[in-house]
Design a protein around this ligand. Structure first.
Ligand code: HEC
Length: 186
């Protein structure tokens, strides 16, 4: 009995499977597809209240590609390390750095810098980029952060080799706590 109905059913399944897979795959095929993983796409909506991020010592971390564990592993390592793509770091609500895919910008170790406008209605990107973004004091993000010891991957904290900020820890803490955006999760 099996020998009688088996083969046609198998042929039918294989034929159906092939054509349906081909139909499904067609719209997703892209002529620009590469073997590289897609880079993180950063928009104003990528930024949320610091209260939704994970505090690490004095700053806050997240990963826009969902890889928060890998970001935290580097942030918590005494010996530093290379942050994974998608990493979002913030000291204050108005400034951020995001790690792009390897090779995105060698001079900034693939970090993009952001100066943000934050309010109760959300976040707006004022300036973004690599070498040209400056903070509220006119200081250039990339040139100051590039002074961090290589193993700390542009992260300054207090003792990685960067020039200090012109405001003390207590003011920074107050600015962090005054984040005006709603503390809704991502
Ligand atoms: C004059 C040097 C200087 C400039 C300019 C500067 N930073 Fe920083 N940044 C620091 C220092 C020092 C810290 C550590 C402060 C602390 O831990 O209290 C820091 C901390 C940070 C952190 C937290 C992670 C870390 O590196 O400790 C982020 C994110 C950050 N800055 C982003 C920016 C962005 C974005 C800009 C430009 C809009 C900028 N910074 C401009 C010196 C600078």
């Amino acid at each position: 009995m099996v020998a009688v109905w088996g083969p046609p059913v198998l042929v039918g399944l294989v034929a159906f499977g092939c054509s349906s897979a081909a139909q499904r795959a067609q719209p997703a095929v892209s002529t620009t597809a590469t073997t590289q993983a897609p880079d993180v796409q950063v928009t104003a909506a990528s930024f949320r209240s610091l209260k939704t991020m994970t505090p690490v010592r004095g700053f806050f971390v997240a990963n826009l590609l969902g890889n928060t564990a890998a970001t935290l592993a580097v942030a918590n390592s005494k010996n530093g390390g290379v942050y994974p793509p998608g990493t979002l770091l913030q000291l204050v609500p108005q400034e951020a750095m995001v790690k792009h895919r390897p090779g995105w910008n060698r001079a900034t170790k693939d970090w993009e810098f952001f100066f943000l406008d934050v309010s109760a209605t959300g976040t707006k990107i004022v300036t973004r980029g690599v070498q040209q973004v400056v903070n509220r004091f006119g200081g250039n993000c990339a040139s100051c952060h590039s002074a961090a010891q290589a193993k700390f991957d542009f992260v300054c904290e207090h003792d990685h080799g960067c020039a200090p900020l012109p405001i003390g820890d207590n003011i920074i803490r107050a600015i962090q706590l005054a984040d005006p955006r709603p503390a809704t999760g991502r």
